[in-house]
Design a protein around this ligand. Structure first.
Ligand code: NAG
Ligand code: NAG
Ligand code: NAG
Length: 471
């Protein structure tokens, strides 16, 4: 894709002030372009003979819609009425920003960030032409008509049942502050699980790992914290392993917890929690590689760096002797990993509590690093949309076999005033897409394919994606 981008960009041919270009330069450039196109088509041909014939996402007619840059301009209304203490405390003297509006439960713009029930995505209602459309930020109902409760979640594709499972924090409880300085929280209810064949219609499979109601010394006691549950399948043991962030209400325990089940839809049995490699662990994710080695990635050392290390063969513990520190001193959290054509990619967020911030993409040839920063992957919306990851925070990236290069970026639009009403922001993530602005991370020639997350008010997966996906 890089090659094609270079050819496609006429600005790389510089003409002099008089507008006359050197004829030989033009000819050589054309020859170069043709040569590169030829190499590109050879490379693509190689992809095809590698296995089943796969449609590269850029060849799909609906690709254009996905990479269209969609602007979104929200105007801040003049101040009116009372500002909530949450917004007032944040920036007492500066003029209001959209982030202040976003954090202000009484903002006149509330409905833009958290649209009301009337606009909910309801797969059971005959949505006509709206079928299969994602509307980032709108309420999203399950097949029973209830808002999906799977925050900070991840999606497992279960080969055995050919079904997608979405796991996340079930937060349908009251938001409160445990004490004056504490972050907004909801007591642990458990891990919610939803199943789907089409990634749009989700059936509630219930709480697959429930809170402990009475035993106060148990990790899952409702007064504690359970965040970012992720599930992977172990081919050798035939079991499903769930990993999650386990903490106390003050976030001082900083541990990971592990649970296991024979079935993707649970129930999961809670095993234990620990500080992996002896270090603090807060935001985390797990990633299962093509060779079935799985890894734990977690924010550590006061969230100043990430640590990565392989899990044991049964996926129920970490191998304590192997760990690398990555993104040291960069203060990143909410990691979401994926792999594309042998290269590892990761999206992370900054650390600003429930407030949204700027995402970064990272890439590595080896999962254990070194990882290099590739800049902000967000495209479209507006400047503030890009600086806030569309007012959301990364949680997972779903691969779509059958469309190499196309992924779904899953993020949470947290609502700290009422966490149960936090929304899902799903957007197309494209590796190797067209260039919309200069690369801000390379030294002369791009080393990695570009990672772009495109803002869309509404979008859908390319038609027929499931039938061509080769499952
Ligand atoms: C769906 O789209 C088609 C073509 O654009 C249009 O003719 C039809 O009226 C639409 N149907 C609904 C229910 O919106
Ligand atoms: C409470 O939980 C702790 C930690 O999991 C466990 O050791 C203990 O046996 C439990 N107590 C009861 C009464 O179940
Ligand atoms: C959390 O911190 C507060 C204030 O420092 C303290 O009163 C409370 O006991 C702590 N709670 C836990 C679970 O550590």
């Amino acid at each position: 894709m890089r090659i094609k981008n270079k050819c496609g960009k006429p600005t790389t041919f510089r003409c002099n002030a008089g507008g006359r270009c050197s004829m030989s330069a033009v000819i050589w450039s054309l020859v170069g372009c043709l040569l590169m196109l030829h190499l590109y088509s050879l490379a693509r041909h190689k992809d095809e003979v590698g296995g089943e014939i796969q449609l590269h996402v850029s060849q799909h007619p609906q690709f254009r819609e996905l990479v269209e840059v969609e602007e979104e301009n929200i105007h801040i209304p003049p101040p009116k009425g009372k500002r909530s203490p949450r917004a007032a405390k944040r920036r007492p003297k500066r003029p209001t920003t959209l982030i202040d509006e976003f954090l202000d439960e009484n903002s006149q713009l509330r409905n833009i960030f958290f649209p009301d029930q009337k606009t909910a995505i309801d797969p059971m209602r005959d949505a006509g032409n709206d079928s299969f459309y994602y509307y980032p930020g709108r309420l999203w109902l399950d097949t029973d008509g209830n808002p999906i409760q799977a925050h900070g979640g991840g999606v497992l594709y279960d080969q055995r049942s050919r079904t997608y499972y979405w796991y996340g924090e079930f937060k349908d409880g009251t938001t409160y502050h445990a004490h004056k300085k504490a972050a907004a929280r909801v007591d642990i209810i458990g891990v919610g699980c939803y199943s789907s064949k089409d990634l749009w219609t989700w059936k509630n499979e219930g709480i697959v790992l429930a809170a402990e109601e009475t035993n106060e010394s148990h990790d899952l006691h409702k007064s504690n914290v359970l965040e970012r549950p992720k599930v992977i399948y172990n081919e050798k043991t035939g079991k499903y392993a769930m990993w999650m962030h386990i903490d106390d209400a003050n976030y001082t325990k900083a541990s990971v917890g592990v649970a296991v089940s024979d079935y993707p839809d649970g129930p999961f049995t809670y095993l234990h929690s620990k500080r992996p490699h002896g270090f603090e662990s807060r935001d985390m994710t797990i990633f299962k590689d093509d060779d079935d080695v799985a890894y734990l990635i977690y924010s550590s050392d006061d969230n100043s760096e990430l640590h990565i290390g392989p899990l044991t063969e049964d996926y129920l513990d970490v191998s304590d002797d192997v760990m690398r520190r990555i993104l040291v001193g960069q203060h990143r959290e909410a990691p979401a990993l994926f792999k594309h054509q042998g290269t590892y990619y990761m999206i992370t967020s900054g650390c600003t509590g429930w407030a949204p911030n700027e995402a970064l993409a990272h890439a590595a040839e080896s999962i254990m690093g070194p990882w290099e920063a590739m800049g902000n992957p967000c495209v479209g919306g507006s400047k503030i949309f890009k600086l806030t990851t569309f007012f959301a925070q990364s949680t997972y990236v779903i691969p779509l076999p059958g469309f190499p290069g196309l992924y779904i970026f899953m993020a949470d639009r947290w609502n700290p005033a009422d966490l149960r009403d936090s929304r899902y922001v799903w957007l197309p993530l494209i590796v190797g897409g067209p260039v919309d602005r200069p690369l801000d991370y390379n030294f002369g020639f791009p080393l990695w394919s570009r990672v772009s997350i495109y803002w869309h008010r509404k979008w859908r997966l390319p038609l027929g994606w499931s039938s061509t996906s080769g499952f």
